[in-house]
Design a protein around this ligand. Structure first.
Ligand SMILES: Nc1ncnc2c1ncn2[C@@H]1O[C@H](COP(=O)(O)OP(=O)(O)OP(=O)(O)O)[C@@H](O)[C@H]1O
Length: 201
């Protein structure tokens, strides 16, 4: 059976880095964030909803003006929540359609807001990537050229990373003392076995 696996973690925890290692092992990975960016342009219902709630001018020649949309939701939790409520359902549907077409032993859906969006429903297991907050802040500042305050503001919009880890079935440690490749390999073997056994317990 094709197991459906979620992969999540706090901002900058290393979700994408871990997902790329699974991809090297031949595991198909759905990246929810980049999928939603595609759906902004390709999903007619989402486009209509965004125009209705945020104004026609967020699209210029049918291309989303991401900066304008970001400026509308920045610092406004209610508008950000509305945006998430509009974007998550089509992304969940898109992920489900993508998963149905896969034939691997297991597939991975990588999503920062796996629990917040409700998209955890329908998944067999969830893997969390756990990284100390100070290291996450440092890595995102380096990766994005962002200030500490900008990173902290992004983190404040997600549920606490440690709480997320308690909701996961498996946790990969991505601190400076741990190597992630052996952890991914060990998990890969376990998940292959579970798929072969038809086991989702
Ligand atoms: N084990 C590691 N050693 C060194 N650098 C790492 C490690 N894991 C991740 N990084 C780096 O930390 C940064 C954040 O990692 P990554 O982009 O994978 O995190 P993410 O959880 O996908 O982030 P976001 O939530 O912002 O999408 C990247 O620049 C990545 O190269």
């Amino acid at each position: 059976m094709v197991l459906k696996i979620g992969l999540t973690g706090g901002i900058g925890s290393g979700k994408t880095t871990v997902a790329k290692i699974f991809e090297l092992l031949g595991v198909p990975v759905y990246y929810a964030d980049s999928a939603s960016k595609r759906l902004y342009h390709t999903d007619p219902e989402l486009k209509a909803n965004l125009k209705m709630h945020f104004g026609n001018d967020i699209y210029q020649n049918e291309m989303l003006d991401r900066q304008k949309l970001a400026s509308y939701v920045f610092g406004d939790p209610a508008k950000l929540e509305l945006l998430n409520r509009l974007v998550h359902p089509p992304t969940i549907r898109d992920a489900e359609a993508w998963m149905k077409g896969q034939t691997a032993h297991y597939v991975i859906k990588e999503a920062a807001l796996l629990f917040e969006s409700g998209s955890v429903a329908g998944l067999d297991y969830v893997i969390g990537v756990q990284t100390p907050k100070a290291l996450r802040i440092h890595r995102v500042m380096q990766r994005d050229g962002a200030t500490r305050e900008e990173v902290l503001a992004r983190m404040a919009r997600q549920i606490d990373a440690d709480m997320k880890m308690r909701l996961c079935d498996y946790v990969i440690q991505n601190d400076e003392q741990s190597l992630i490749i052996p952890q991914v390999l060990a998990l890969h073997e376990r998940l292959l076995q579970k798929s072969l056994d038809g086991n989702t317990d």
